[in-house]
Design a protein around this ligand. Structure first.
Ligand SMILES: Cc1cc2nc3c(=O)[nH]c(=O)nc-3n(C[C@H](O)[C@H](O)[C@H](O)COP(=O)(O)OP(=O)(O)OC[C@H]3O[C@@H](n4cnc5c(N)ncnc54)[C@H](O)[C@@H]3O)c2cc1C
Length: 351
């Protein structure tokens, strides 16, 4: 990362390959064509423009604003798709960060930038770390990192899956995030983690099915990060803390005035703020008044949040505590764990 960036090679003398065989097009690969609301512009110069606007303007409060879907769209770098498609490299970005950090330190500028740049550069390292995991163990796309978890989530509830996949779970924050992601091809880390946690714990769906579904929609789809994150957020790596995100708390913390929820779940437009996390508790009279009839305009919650969370915890900790899972977790740690000084095995969480 610290070595010189190589000059762009002169490609004018390259010749076009004729009759290149074995290359499949997107239809042959069964890749769905999805049109996003916003037109994304690809290419190197767009990538550089995006980096520059983030490092000079948008990123100042990155570390504080990355978790809310209200601020993340502009406060996160939005470089992921450019990195995925090779329009810009991690090395090029790190070089710019270093220059910026030097300037800020020399000029003693303490306006939040240094903290944000430090969080941002950690994430660029994680990017490489996650991809390395998949390179070392390619079957992570298909199998649990700790095989003792193979015995759980072995049934498939199609109704739960469909309601999650279509943003109709009856949990406003989950539904808003899913609908926003499907329209934009992007959502911030915290909300991705919440979507997966809800599917894997509360709906008890297997990450191998949900990860394939979302890979169609992420414009930055990068298998190394994607499958590792799905495994992490589903509690099957053995080397990460079990994290179950409460969608009601996430809504309270990151969309307290329901701006995001009302935008993406317009059925709830007229529901008063005090009911916006629990629209199913509206009285019949209020449902009529607000035009939000539960079961007709907006669904009942697909599960009981408390009961499903407790059940999931019980199941997952039962496996986690077994001798076999402990041994497999140690092996996973030796292969994939960070070699940083951390005393715990709780690596890479950016909650
Ligand atoms: C279930 C799940 C699936 C994900 N799938 C993908 C994926 O397919 N492709 C992808 O690029 N990211 C994925 N992420 C990680 C993260 O959500 C995105 O990288 C981030 O939201 C992209 O937006 P950004 O470029 O504005 O990120 P920033 O916050 O600006 O971060 C800068 C860069 O750092 C890297 N990065 C950020 N967070 C992480 C992380 N937690 N782990 C590894 N690298 C990170 C990415 O390359 C990102 O572009 C996933 C996260 C979860 C929870």
């Amino acid at each position: 990362m610290n070595s010189e960036i190589l000059e762009t090679p002169n490609i004018s003398k390259f010749i076009t390959l004729k009759n290149a065989s074995g290359l499949l097009n997107h239809e042959e690969l069964s890749i769905k064509k999805i049109i996003f609301d916003k037109l994304y512009k690809g290419g190197e110069s767009e990538a550089k423009k995006t980096m520059s606007s983030f490092l000079n303007n948008r990123g100042q409060h990155y570390s504080k604003e990355m978790s809310s879907p209200l601020s993340a769209f502009s406060s996160c770098s939005r470089l992921s798709s450019y990195i995925t498609y090779g329009n810009i490299s991690i090395k090029q970005i790190l070089r710019e960060i270093k220059n910026q950090q030097k300037y800020l330190r020399e000029n003693k500028i303490r306006t939040g930038w240094l903290k944000s740049l430090s969080s941002f550069s950690s994430r660029l390292r994680w990017h490489c770390h996650f991809i390395q995991k998949l390179e070392m163990q390619p079957d992570l796309e298909f199998t649990n990192m700790v095989r003792s978890y193979d015995l759980i989530r072995n049934t498939f509830n199609k109704d739960s899956f469909d309601r999650w996949a279509n943003g109709n779970t009856g949990f406003p924050m989950v539904d808003a995030c899913m609908r926003s992601l499907k329209a934009n091809g992007w959502i911030n880390f915290r909300m991705r983690a919440m979507l997966v946690s809800f599917a894997s714990y509360n709906l008890w769906l297997d990450w191998r099915i949900t990860s394939k579904y979302l890979s169609n929609y992420f414009i930055d789809y990068e298998p190394g990060i994607h499958y590792n994150q799905f495994q992490m957020q589903s509690g099957v790596t053995g080397i990460n803390a079990i994290r179950i995100y409460n969608p009601i708390k996430q809504q309270e913390d990151h969309d307290p005035n329901a701006i995001f929820v009302r935008k993406w779940v317009p059925e709830l437009r007229n529901v008063p703020l005090e009911y916006i996390q629990y629209p199913h508790l509206l009285s019949e009279k209020m449902q009529i008044k607000t035009g939000c009839i539960i079961g007709k305009n907006y669904p009942e919650p697909v599960v009981d949040l408390k009961k499903s969370t407790l059940k999931a915890k019980k199941e997952i900790y039962k496996v986690k505590g077994s001798g076999e899972a402990k041994n497999q977790s140690k092996a996973a740690y030796l292969m994939h764990g960070s070699r940083k000084k951390s005393k715990s095995l709780n690596l890479f969480s950016n909650r």
